[in-house]
Design a protein around this ligand. Sequence first.
Ligand SMILES: [Zn+2]
Length: 400
Amino acid sequence: MLPYPFKSRESLKRTGKSKNLQVILEGVHDPKDEKPVDSFRELLFLEGQLPGKHNDYHTLLRFLRMRDFDLSKSKDAFLNYLKWREDYGVDAIPKEFKYEEFKEVKKCYPHGFHGVDRYGRPVYIEKLGMVDLDAFSQVTTIERFVKYHVSEQEKTLNLRYPACSIAAKRHIASTTSILDVKGVGVSNFSKPARSLFMEIQKIDSNYYPETLHRVFIINAGSGFRVLWKALKAFLDMRTLAKIQVLGSNYQSKLLEVIDPCDLPNSLGGDCTCSDYGGCLLSDKGPWNNPEITEMLQEVFETEELYNNGENDGITSVEAFASSMGGVQIKDADNASTMKHGDLKQGMETSYVDKLTSQKIQSLEAALKDTKTKIQALEAALEDTKTVLKGLVRHIEELKR
Ligand SMILES: [Zn+2]
């Protein structure tokens, strides 16, 4: 098995810098995961199915986890994901798609990211009980909403998680969600609501697997509990295990995992985001901290440079910020107080190191493949020699 050469981490150990930006963004790899990720990477690489920008340890690991580390099934899921990205034009969405009806949609479908949990993961809140589908269909279409959902998923992977990682000084790659289902029952789960739910669920489970840390369903009444029995059938066991269904006494549970300053006051916290017209309109979080986004922009630029322009310049903090029609981004209340210089120091070199090591690794994989082929040829040659020797002996016998 190929070693996973993390030159950046090695050089950091030598210089004694314990935590720099790259180490935080990359996170600590669990040794038990490294071997399957290496095998998965090799499998995809040898089949020519590993585009440089998707050759990412955590992405590969998510697809492995999704299929219980079955290499063949993970490969199918990953290829399905790459094909969908291509067909749906995912890479172009942050730059080209503007969800101008964003503010109108928020009024009839209250939802949004808001702050972080106590571990540092982004918190996503949806007030499903307040969804007004008639008004929703007046201001947007399911197709456009799904596209916006995909743009938000991309923003979460490429901007929210890295920003949260920097703020929390540890690798963050999953979300804590709160779904307020006050008043939701079978009666308001109409056909358009069902198709929207199914469409979003399909995208999230197939293409953004293993990004959910846990879900709190709150204000679940008797009507919702009936509906929940039916909905459960569409969710896999792994997802179900992360969901906690709570009634109206949910506040203490939420406060266990979320600091009051990060929890809207409507859910038992202290936050009001009055400057933004409410917590679900603020998109408050470390991803709006200019100091952090500036650092990430530099990472994106370095990455793009070393990916030979494979990203086509679409990965940028500005592109993600502008995808939601004209939403102002201000400094978040919970701006981190970390020392900018400390983290930035060594970031560029370590990032280049990482990319170089990925290229070396790819070459090593190719070299290993060549070695295997040579060995196979050598074995075949030995077999041929044996056959020839047999033939020679046979001819000698015939001659006698
Ligand atoms: Zn707020």
